[in-house]
Ligand binder design. Structure first.
Ligand SMILES: [Zn+2]
Length: 313
């Protein structure tokens, strides 16, 4: 039997994305580069310690705003990590854009990333901000010649929790930039599949592979990094055991997972709403290293690009 696989990815969302989700308006200038300057080097260190090559999903616009990001990505690519496309502006309202505007969001990010890392390491995969995919996104990915999409997150508990938070905020008169994705995506297969271009939550014959983000069998509880870093050890073990039968553990982490309020001087207005920022980054780094070593015991770790090749065969 083929070995079970695990692909670790990091969505390098800037802190401004969290200000938008929590309806906090424009972030103060001192936090604009926190994730690139503080959290990204910690991920490089974590993966080097574990001997893991990962996939980094990058927001194109950040390359224009952080001059040092391009160099950092070129170094990561040279070390064997994969650099992938996380849209140009990280708009949570991607689903309200025209097909032309969606193609621009994906195409512009692709150009900026390819310029930063060189043609040899240019992106071949995409993850949507807010886990949203539709026919226009799929068509844009096909036009770019991409090999995979990894935006499906078929988790009803995550969807309901997000809807409850958004409702609570609107009752208190605050507006979140978050948008609920098409609920039909909740029915998507939880294991890698070849999607339909028009209805990507169904099986079809698109020339690329869908690699859904990890959810447990049964209720489809999400098995993502932020949950791992804030859970007690017994719950972490349960999450890993629950994933045991999945052929691919597509483990999604975020840049914020290796940031913390104290070391990185993140204002209380945000840290008060993100409990994970109150856990010291060294503690989260230790938990993630332990988790990666556990996963390496019975899975082969690879990038999402390599996983796409395996599942295309
Ligand atoms: Zn994101």
């Amino acid at each position: 039997m083929d070995p079970k696989l695990c692909a670790v990815s990091v969505d390098l969302d800037p802190l401004s994305a969290y200000y938008a989700i929590h309806g906090l308006g424009e972030p103060p200038p001192q936090v604009l580069h926190t994730i690139v300057r503080c959290a990204l080097p910690r991920f490089a260190e974590l993966f080097a310690a574990a001997g893991v090559r990962a996939t980094f999903f990058i927001v194109g616009q950040d390359l224009e705003q952080s001059p040092e990001l391009g160099r950092a990505l070129a170094e990561l690519a040279a070390a064997g990590h994969e650099i992938a496309n996380h849209s140009y502006s990280h708009s949570y309202a991607l689903n309200q854009l025209s097909p032309e505007a969606i193609a621009h969001e994906l195409g512009r990010a692709h150009e900026l990333l390819a310029e930063a890392v060189g043609a040899e390491h240019a992106p071949v995969g995409f993850r949507s901000p807010g886990y949203f995919v539709n026919g226009a996104v799929m068509a844009a990915l096909v036009a770019l010649g991409y090999r995979y999409d990894s935006s499906m997150f078929p988790s009803p508990p995550y969807y309901l929790a997000k809807a409850a938070v958004m409702l609570g905020m609107s009752l208190r008169g605050r507006r979140s930039a978050a948008v609920l994705s098409d609920p039909r995506a909740l029915l998507a297969p939880p294991d890698p599949y070849r999607p339909s271009i028009e209805e990507p939550w169904r099986q079809g014959s698109a020339p690329l592979i869908e690699l859904p983000i990890a959810v447990l069998p049964g209720l489809r509880v999400p098995a993502i990094g932020t949950l791992l870093t804030v859970s007690p050890a017994w719950l972490r073990r349960g999450l890993l055991q629950g994933m045991a039968r999945r052929p691919l553990f597509n483990l999604e982490l975020h840049g914020i997972d290796l940031a913390d309020a104290v070391s990185d001087s993140i204002p209380t207005e945000l840290a008060g709403r993100q409990p994970d920022l109150r856990v010291p980054h060294a503690e989260k780094q230790r938990i993630l290293l332990e988790t990666l070593r556990e996963l390496q015991r019975d899975r082969e770790l690879l990038t999402l690009r390599e996983a796409a090749t395996r599942f295309s065969a």
